[in-house]
Ligand binder design. Structure first.
Ligand code: FCB
Length: 449
């Protein structure tokens, strides 16, 4: 039995990438509304003002989810729709949208998995320091309380932050995402610490507010390291490096963010490496951060192989012509084996794969259909490896394909298509791709047959 019978098969999206309606019904601006206006930030100056117009077309989109027989749908809530200034006044029209969405999902028999933060920080909070201001932990917890107070009678699966590593790393360190800063390591680590505190306080707020038992997690990303050959020595070496803070890419090391959440401490090697740049930890911080979680999401797309060389571990450079997605990400199916496995060994927390998928060069063919055999092959290979992890005893509870539909792929704009559903951004017409029909069969068979 590769997957448990209650395994959840779903697809994922995020608010800014699909909703559109960027200035409607009282929504405040977010840092992405701002960043998209910065010259050169986004491919061809595109933005999410309209995106997939999901805000108006959610019912049609849920009808399509039904055609795929999705069991779960992961979406995010736009903080500035709920609190236009980030804190203070609540915008009822924003909450009402998610009311309608959740009701329609439940009516369709689809379990909502809600993420509270998928990068669209209210601009007003950015102007008050954003993730660099320690107060953000309270702002985020207050926002969580408002959302769960309204939706918690129907939503039972919550995630706090999507990809802390990316929104801080790309937003505050390399500047390719909103708000587009290139700050010194000390400030990057401080923003990361505040985000961890925000996560912890939000978990507390969700549990305190939910009127019914609920499942709480988060959705970090990992770039798994994998053994080039499965000998015990190489596996042990890769495991060790996986859980170490890598001096070359310090902030990107998983243990720097995962150890606080699951073990209640920053890793010693990271603290030693960062020295004076390490964040100031105030009494009680680590207890706040280490809230028990019911699950961890993992967003996994690609990873890297390591081999044991004469002078220690050596990365294996992908061969020229090796499979790549349209975004030129490596096709590395074994990341869905080694990623969950190494994570589970260390943190013993149930896992949902909250994102996995690929960007492909899709178009509507002369027969009116969208043929995307690469996506089917890609996902087959990745799911085979996830099945292997599950058979090995890793507690994997669900898989959410990224994405339900083509959408605004951040700095890459609309060029990159990652959906199971094709979207014509001129007409807003939707077409189920071949992969969507294929995925329906996977769902029916509870896995790859
Ligand atoms: C992840 C993001 C998601 C999407 C995919 C392709 O890093 O969480 O919004 O952009 O990558």
């Amino acid at each position: 039995m590769p997957f448990p019978t209650d395994f959840v098969w779903g697809a994922a999206t995020s608010s800014y990438q699909i909703e559109g309606a960027a200035h409607e019904d009282g929504k405040g601006p977010s840092i992405w509304d701002m960043f998209c206006r910065r010259e050169g930030a986004i491919l061809e100056g595109q933005n999410g003002d309209v995106a997939c117009d999901h805000y108006h077309r959610y019912a049609e989109d849920i009808a399509l989810m039904r055609e795929i027989d999705l069991q779960g749908y992961r979406f995010s809530i736009a903080w500035p729709r709920i609190l236009p200034e980030g804190a203070g006044t609540v915008n009822d029209a924003g909450l009402a949208f998610y009311d309608r969405l959740v009701d329609a999902l439940l009516e369709a028999g689809i379990t909502p998995f809600a993420t509270l933060y998928h990068w669209d920080l209210p601009l007003a909070l950015y102007q008050r320091g954003g993730w660099l201001n320690r107060e953000i932990a309270d702002w985020f917890a207050d926002y969580a309380q408002v959302v769960v107070g309204r939706l918690g009678d129907r939503v039972t699966h919550w995630m706090t932050l999507n990809e802390l590593k990316v929104f801080v790393g790309e937003g505050y360190m390399d500047g390719s995402h909103a708000p587009g800063h290139k700050l010194p390591l000390r400030e990057v680590l401080l923003a990361g610490h505040h985000a961890l505190l925000a996560h912890g306080k939000a978990v507390q707020a969700i549990r305190a507010t939910s009127p019914q038992p609920c499942q709480v997690g988060w959705a970090p990303t990992i770039f798994p390291l994998m053994p080039a050959e499965e000998t015990p020595e190489t596996v042990a070496m890769v495991r060790q490096i996986t859980h170490a803070v890598n001096p070359q890419y310090p902030f990107w090391s998983s243990s720097w963010l995962f150890d606080p959440v699951f073990l209640g401490t920053y890793p010693e090697d990271g603290l030693a490496l960062f020295g004076k740049d390490a964040p100031d930890i105030q009494p009680g911080d680590m207890e706040t951060i280490q809230q028990p979680l019911d699950f961890s999401g993992l967003n996994i797309y690609q990873g890297f192989y390591l081999k044991t060389g004469a002078e220690g571990p050596a990365p294996v450079k992908p061969k020229d012509g090796a499979p790549l997605t349209a975004l030129h990400w490596n096709v590395t199916p074994e990341t869905l084996y080694w990623g969950p496995k190494f994570f589970y060994e260390r943190y013993q927390t149930p896992i949902y794969i909250t994102e996995n998928g690929m960007s492909n060069v899709d178009w509507v063919a002369l027969d009116g259909k969208v043929h995307d055999p690469q996506r089917i092959d890609f996902t087959t290979r990745y799911l085979q490896q996830l099945q292997r992890a599950s058979e090995d005893g890793v507690d994997v509870r669900g898989y959410f394909h990224w994405s339900l539909m083509d959408n605004f792929e951040w700095a890459h704009g609309y060029r990159e298509r990652l959906g199971l559903i094709y979207v014509d951004f001129e007409t807003q017409a939707r077409v189920l791709k071949d992969s969507a029909y294929w995925y329906r069969d996977v769902i029916a068979g509870n896995g790859i047959q």
